[in-house]
Design a binder for this molecule. Structure first.
Ligand code: ADP
Ligand code: MG
Length: 166
């Protein structure tokens, strides 16, 4: 989880590679209308996000049902969005890639090949509700190296959930 440009894809692909887990990009599950809206510089609202989040929750549920571990990127900005992802899915564990608005804005500005315009970064931060103490997971600094973030995440996941380290 984390705002657009925080490094979710970068960290998650590293985790999926290291553990050999199935991986999906939450961004790829957006209906075309949501992508068009973001491309046009308009922030998504809750009504835009509910069907997308339900689709992601179903993806999680399908994996959990088969006992297959997986990694999913999703901004999951609000507590209510995370509650929906976690509802009925006790295996969910959040990794929040977190950095300053200045750092993230610079990364989004430089990023190639992604539809999210830099103009939407402030609304991402305005919407973001940090991970609560009662939510499973941890915060990772966006400012460190991706390798360090993956190492930290795996160590915690191993401690919290008994995931065997590669
Ligand atoms: N730890 C990092 N250090 C430097 N650059 C990073 C780091 N993590 C991600 N990036 C770069 O920042 C941009 C946004 O990262 P990305 O993984 O696409 O974010 P998200 O999936 O959260 O939108 C990309 O261009 C990526 O290469
Ligand atoms: Mg991404």
């Amino acid at each position: 989880m984390g705002v657009s440009g925080s490094g979710k894809t970068t960290v998650a692909t590293g985790v999926a590679r290291r553990l050999g887990w199935d991986f999906t990009e939450g961004d790829d599950h957006h209906p075309a209308a949501n992508v068009a809206k973001m491309k046009a510089g308009q922030a998504l609202d809750d009504e835009d996000r509910w069907p997308w989040l339900r689709d992601l929750a179903a993806w999680i549920g399908a994996h959990e049902g088969e006992g297959r571990s997986c990694v999913l990127t999703c901004s999951a900005l609000k507590r209510s969005y995370r509650d929906l992802l976690r509802d009925g899915h006790p295996s969910v564990w959040f990794a929040h890639v977190s950095g300053s608005q200045e750092l993230i804005a610079e990364r989004v500005q430089k990023r190639q090949g992604h539809y999210m315009p830099p103009s939407l970064v402030p609304s991402q931060f305005a919407t973001l509700e940090p991970l609560g103490d009662d939510e499973p997971g941890r915060v990772l600094p966006a400012s460190g190296s991706p390798e360090q973030a993956v190492d930290e995440l795996l160590a915690d996941l191993s401690r919290d959930r008994g995931v065997p380290l590669p």
